[in-house]
Unconditional design. Sequence first.
Length: 256
Amino acid sequence: MQLEDTLFDVHEEPVFTKDGEQQPYKQIVQSNTGKTLAIHSADYQLVTNKEVLDSVEPIMDYFGGKLHRVRNFANRRFFWEYRLDDRIVTINSSDISNDEIIPRIIVSNSYDGQVIFRLNIAAMRLICTNGMMAPMPGKEKVDIKLKHYNEAIDMNQIFIEGKAGVNTMLNQFDASQEIFEMMADRKATPDEIQKIMQLFGKGYHKEFINCVGIEGHETLWNVYNAGTRLITHYMLSERALKLENDLFLTINRWLN
């Protein structure tokens, strides 16, 4: 998927009944095909992908973020992943050596209302080619949200808040090294593994066990990465973002 595949023009059109009566709705139309992507109430405010990326690109330029992956779901929901290659953290413990993670920024938007305009910072484990998401330690979180309803849309404010938030998170990112190394040095109990499995539900138990590793040698780092692998490989959008946070907070409590 290329960046250009997400930048097609869209526009609003009114909605009419078969009798020609205008309704209190608007439709979002893909301009080059005339296809209706969604119908919303009249107070819906269209935020185009171009507007999103125009507000995000200066942030990425400032921090050295490089676009790595683009995801487009039926021309309605979109995710852009940026990586900060110069901020790699190396994890070392008694059981692992040179396991590397890198901060990444996930930007989302949609035309059908299923995904809000959002800027969220996460981490990726480089040993896993398909990535891993993980909320960063610390009280301050980069999670800039913009709903398409009942809010004044100020793209310049998104830039200001996004830049400040990413800077705060990067200042905390190095602290993640200690936490992840503590996970790697801590054996996971059977009860803890069961509690993590309950977060995902029965439908994911087999995949989770396959990801954890050899029975009897599970560390909290193994468990954590098994969970994040399931999230990135099998789950999407809002549920993934909530589940990754629950996963991290649950394991982090066991370290304290």
